[in-house]
Design a protein around this ligand. Sequence first.
Ligand code: FAD
Length: 467
Amino acid sequence: MKYTKVNNAIITELSKIVGVENVITDADVLDNYAHDETPLYHTLPDVVVKPSATAEVAEIMKLASEYVIPVTPRSGGTSLSAGAVPVYAGIVLSLERMNRIKEIDTKNLMVVVEPGIITEQLGIELAKHDLFFPPDPVSLDSCMIGGNVAECAGGPRAMKYGVTKHYVLGLEAVLPTGDVIRIGGKLLKNVTGYNLLDLIVGSEGTLAVVTEATLKLLPLPKVVIALLVPFKCTEDAVGFTTDVLKVDCMPAAVEFLEGDVYRLAGQYLERKLPFNEADAHIIVELDGNDKNLLKKQYDKIGDIALKHGALDVFVAESAKDKEKVWEPRKKTSEALKTLTNPVAREDLVVPKDKIPALLQKLKECAAKHEAQLYAFGHLGDGNIHADFAYPKDAHISDERLAHMRKEVYEITLELGGALTAEHGVGLSKIRYLEMALSQTELELMKQIKKLFDPQNILNPGKIFTSL
Ligand SMILES: Cc1cc2nc3c(=O)[nH]c(=O)nc-3n(C[C@H](O)[C@H](O)[C@H](O)COP(=O)(O)OP(=O)(O)OC[C@H]3O[C@@H](n4cnc5c(N)ncnc54)[C@H](O)[C@@H]3O)c2cc1C
C-alpha cells in the first residue's frame, strides 16, 4: 500500500479539526510518540493529533481515508508488543485528551468513559462509590482504558475476575472510513447478531478507534489481604498454586517472581527484600467483605503452602505491608529495563501444569543463546512473562534474536500454549503469527480486517505482515 506523507496542507486541515495547539510536529515531542514500552521498536510519526471529541476523531479518519494516510491510535503508550509504534509514520491519534468519566451509574453498576482515562484514576473515582473495575494491568498508573480495551488487558486479578472483555458492555467507535458506530450498551445480555463488541475488544487498534466504553462494575471488596510465600524452587511454587486453586476460596491473584527477578527488583528498590535467598516467590491476594472468613482462608492457604515446602508465609494486612509485598512485582518491569538489557519481553501462556516444563526449556534456550532469562507473571493464569536480557553493553544480532524467539514460541506451542496471553501480537510478534494460526484462521482474520479497513490505514503493519 502506498501511503501519502503528511504535508503542510494536511497539517492545516488537521489544525482546523482539533485546533493548531493539538497538532504536534515538533521533532522532540514527536519522539515521545515514536515508541511504547517494547524494546527495540521506534518510528517517528509525521504528526501527532490530539482530538477532544468523537466528532473530531471521525473528521480525522475521514481525512486520513481521503488521502490514504496511516493512523496509529494511542492511549497510554505502555504496549509491550509495539502496538502503538507508528510503523508507517503518518498520524499518531492520541486519545489522551478524551479522558472524561461521562457517567457512573450506581443503579446498574456501570460506568461510561472516554478512552483516555488512566485506569488507576478510574479506579480511584469508582472507589468513592464503593465500586470497582476489576481488570488491573500492572501498568495501571499510566495505561488507559482505550488501550485496555484494544488489547483486552488482563492483570493479576484476571485469575478471579477475568479480563477486559468480560467487562465491556458497550462501545462507541470510529471506523477507518470515519463512520461512527455504537455497539451494545447498558445490557448484561445481548445476542442480537454477531458479537462485534468482542471483535473490537482485543483488535489492537486495527479495526476501529474506540471513543467511548460502557463498562460493567462490581462492588468494591472491603477487605484485601496479601500473602508473600517464598519457595526454594519453582516446582514447589507451581505445586502450591495448583492446590490453592482447588480450595473453596478463589484468590484474587496468584503472582510469581523467580528468585533472580525478585533480587533484581530488590536491587532496583535499593532495599534488601525478605526471603531474598528463595528461588521462587508467590504473592497471593485474597479479597472479600468478611475479615474473619478471609483469615480462615489464609490459614488454609498457609497450610497448603507449608505442605509444598514454603519457607515461610508472610501475611500483609495493613496498607503499608501490602505495598511492601507488592512493590517488587509492580517494579519488576522498571527494574529489568533499568538494570538489564531486555531484547525480548515475552507474554507466554500454557496450561498451568506445563509451567515447570516451560520454564526449564526456556532456561535451556536462553543458555544456548547466552541470554539471561527473567521469569515472572500471572502464575494463576498460566501466563508467564519471560524477559530475555543481555548485559547492558552486549550486542545480539537481529538474526540470532529472531532465531531465539522462534525457539521460544516452538517450545510454548509444543506445550499446548499460545504466543501471547494479554500483550497482543502488535508489531513485535508479527513474523511468528503463522506458527500459531492455521492458514484458514489467518485468512478469515485478514478478510475481517479488509472489511473494516479496505485501504489498510488503521494501525497498518500490526498483527499481519501482509493482507
Ligand atoms: C510495566 C508494565 C506492566 C504491564 N502489565 C500488564 C498486565 O498486567 N496486563 C496486561 O494485559 N498488560 C500489561 N502491560 C501492557 C500494557 O500496559 C497493556 O497492553 C495496556 O492495555 C496498554 O494500554 P495503553 O493505554 O498504554 O495502550 P497503548 O500502548 O497506547 O496502545 C496499545 C494498543 O492499543 C491501541 N489503542 C490504544 N488506544 C486505542 C483506542 N482508543 N482505540 C483503538 N485502539 C487503541 C494502540 O493502537 C495499540 O495497538 C504492561 C505494560 C507495562 C509497561
